[in-house]
Design a protein around this ligand. Structure first.
Ligand code: GLN
Length: 481
């Protein structure tokens, strides 16, 4: 039995009695034991995974109702709470934090008999795009171990790419699902804002972030979305998707659709291999019967600045709770007055989180708010107006997910601004609330390139159809792991 199947193939094989959940999960754990020492996708492995699989096999044998996952092994980014397990956000601050409840996405997947094989590595509190800011060491790209896997959901993308699970959940505040998916050659989906409940996701920037699936195929992505999307009384920002079936009609194609190529996302600084992949993707879309033309989204040039201003402000407020009085680590209070205690306790945060908190205290402060925070909100509003205008004329917009190829571990770590700029093509979807997906498209010099497709709010289903159409034109080499 090979691990190299899709999630939907797994379900089929288990249903047909060709494989058992226990076999597949045991093999998955074996794979993790073999490859994860090098890859470091996981922060914790669920020691009960094989037992859980055995229980599901029993349920199947006894003819009881079994959930749609049939014991499928899934990995979870370590900023999503699973009751009674550690949820560290890859931070020393939460090193020993045990989540007291399940995130809504976790309860939904449990109901469908998914098995959580482990918690995956990320940049501390999801701030970053390489996983190098994890307090517990970076993850590595399975296509080339010297390279970053992207981030912040780097561990999730690595685990899917290296057959350490069948699918994963990440979170995407400014690209953290799509960026690592692109760098690791897998599919990453950021839904319309509100489509997936954020209850139980440890907040970074609530007003724009979403949990999103990472999978090996577009169909698997739709399958996971079917199980986790929809209204949640615990998250007031969720939207009613009327139990939409995202798999149904996924092969409908994109004949006659109008696609805009975002000019500002293929401009200055784009790698020539990424540019050539984008041109090839445009030809594929045309071959599928779509009409493609270049469009302009002028505010993109201010999007990264606006994104970091808004997210730092929200992060500053969200992270204020980590004062080591309510959650935290063992650090006695004796000998300190209140302020000096808290500032000392907060030194547990790593450099990137500290940078964001300092920025987040400054940009919305009185005397500066008009110049920075309020201006950033105006950019967000204007960008949304511009993209809404485009969606009156176009069904989809496209751009490369990331303008550059994966780079070497350590290469950009000391240059935060260079890192911020890598987000130029992903933050727009978050700032405007639109759904966007990264589809693995080409391998250049052994490193993956993803193509990103955007759709209008609540058009997640047709977005998945477009992604499936593009995917059907692609045959990538096997990941060398
Ligand atoms: N690189 C971006 C940031 O650091 C995106 C992170 C994310 O989407 N969580 O904010």
């Amino acid at each position: 039995m090979s691990l190299r199947i899709s999630a939907l193939e797994y379900v089929q094989e288990v249903q047909n009695g060709n494989i058992s959940a226990e076999d597949y999960v045991s093999k998955t754990i074996e794979q993790i034991n073999n490859v994860d020492e090098n890859l470091h996708a996981f922060l914790q492995i669920n020691s009960e995974a094989i037992d859980n699989a055995r229980q599901i096999d029993k349920k199947i044998k006894s003819g009881k109702n079994v959930g749609a996952c049939f014991g499928m092994p899934i990995s979870i980014k370590d900023n999503i709470c699973i009751k009674d397990s550690k949820t560290t956000c890859a931070s020393n601050m939460l090193e020993n934090f045990i989540a007291p409840y399940d995130a809504t996405v976790i309860s939904k997947l449990k109901q469908q008999d998914a098995i959580f094989v482990g918690k995956t590595n990320l940049d501390e509190f999801a701030m970053g795009l390489t996983t190098e800011f994890s307090a517990f060491g970076p993850s590595r790209n399975p296509w080339n171990l010297d390279y970053v896997p992207g981030g912040s959901s780097g561990g999730s993308a690595v685990s899917v790419s290296a057959f350490e699970c069948l699918a994963s959940l990440g979170s995407d505040t400014g690209g953290s699902v799509r960026n690592p998916a692109s760098f690791c050659g897998v599919v990453g989906f950021k839904p319309t804002y509100g489509l997936i409940s954020r209850f139980g996701l440890i907040s970074y920037a609530n007003s724009i972030e979403q949990i999103g699936p990472i999978a090996r195929t577009v169909k698997d992505t739709a399958f996971i979305l079917n199980m986790i999307a929809g209204l949640d009384p615990n998250d007031n920002t969720t939207i009613d998707n009327s139990n939409q079936d995202y798999l149904l009609g996924i092969d409908s194609g994109i004949e006659g659709k109008k696609i805009g190529i975002i000019k500002e996302m293929i401009g200055e600084g784009i790698d020539s291999a990424v540019m050539s992949a984008t041109k090839n993707a445009i030809s594929k879309f045309q071959g599928l019967g779509a009409v493609c033309e270049e469009v302009s989204l002028d505010m993109v040039k201010y999007s990264v600045a606006a994104y970091y201003t808004i997210t730092a402000t929200e992060a500053g407020s969200n992270l204020a709770r980590y004062d080591n009085l309510r959650y935290g680590y063992d650090f006695p209070v004796e000998g300190y007055e209140f302020n000096s205690y808290i500032s000392k306790a907060r030194r547990k945060f790593g450099p990137e989180v500290t940078r964001r908190m300092i920025l987040g205290g400054f940009v919305p402060s009185s005397g500066h708010a008009g110049k920075y925070f309020l201006k950033a909100l105006k950019v967000k509003q204007k960008l949304t107006q511009e993209i809404d205008q485009l969606f009156k004329k176009y069904d989809f917009l496209i751009a490369p997910t990331v303008p550059v190829l994966p780079f070497k571990i350590g290469e950009k770590i000391d240059d935060p601004v260079a890192l911020f700029l890598v987000d130029i093509n992903t933050v727009t979807a978050n700032l405007t609330g639109k759904p966007a997906i990264s589809v693995p498209f080409e391998i250049s010099n052994g490193l993956p390139i993803g193509i990103q497709i955007f759709a209008n709010s609540n058009d997640d289903k047709s977005l998945l159809q477009a992604a499936r159409a593009l995917e059907s034109t692609v045959k990538l080499p096997e990941v060398p792991i």
